[in-house]
Design a protein around this ligand. Structure first.
Ligand code: PGA
Length: 222
């Protein structure tokens, strides 16, 4: 059986030292990481190299992803980080997060271009969708169903019901073969009800991934 993914979206919160301190504390608290899930951390770009090095040197079973990639390849694109450069550190790229759509005006067209960049660079895209009518591009490795209203710091912070998640999983079935994660206000208090949804392949966490205490508490619900 495929491992479920637990994705820690650290947004613009942790610098390199803070990211590494988190991993150090987590490895002490968790001991041996469970074989049931794969932990993926999404640090800021400035912390990527340090985080990757720390994971390798300490032989942690934690994967690394980026929070976005450029829709362009290498070249004269000031301020952008291309997927090829991200792929030096990252196995995954989160794409189309609602915050990117809101604050950076990203569109479905941008998403398509980013998917192409990920494909040529060997990065697995994790594509956020806002509801079951959202555009689902070909080539998505994972889909993250994350209604904006469920994001703790963005919408009204209302976690989606298990029933609605199952409805969306059903609606996506004919449209994509990608595995589906759920994101939005997942905490140690509500994860048990989501774990009952067998076809759900994991979770995207924001707030609950910022402190080792809340993150480890949630992992221990497995
Ligand atoms: P949240 O954030 O878990 O704090 O709701 C999720 C996200 O924005 O990806």
């Amino acid at each position: 059986m495929d491992k479920k993914l637990i994705v820690a979206n650290w947004k613009s919160h942790k610098n390199e030292a803070e990211s590494i301190a988190f991993l150090k504390e987590l490895s002490l608290v968790l001991g041996q990481v469970s074989q049931k899930y794969e932990i993926v951390v999404l640090p800021q770009y400035t912390a990527l190299a340090g985080v990757k090095k720390y994971i390798q040197e300490n032989d942690l079973s934690v994967s690394v992803g980026v929070q976005t990639v450029s829709s362009f390849g290498d070249g004269a694109y000031t301020g952008e980080v291309s997927a090829r450069h991200a792929s030096e550190f990252a196995k995954y790229a989160l794409l189309n997060h609602s915050e990117r759509r809101k604050y950076n005006r990203e569109t479905d067209e941008d998403l398509n271009r980013k998917i192409e960049q990920c494909k040529t660079s060997g990065i697995i895209p994790m594509v956020c969708i806002q509801d079951e009518t959202s555009f689902v591009p070909d080539g998505s490795g994972f889909i993250v169903y994350e209604p904006p209203s469920a994001i703790s710091t963005f919408g009204i912070g209302k976690p989606e019901t298990a029933q609605n998640i199952e409805r969306v999983l059903g609606a996506l079935k004919g449209r994509t073969s990608a595995r589906v994660l759920y994101g939005g206000s997942v905490t140690s208090n509500n994860i048990s009800r989501y774990l009952l949804i067998e076809s759900l392949s994991g979770f995207l966490l924001g707030a609950a991934s910022l402190e080792v205490s809340s993150f480890a508490k949630l992992l221990k619900k497995w």
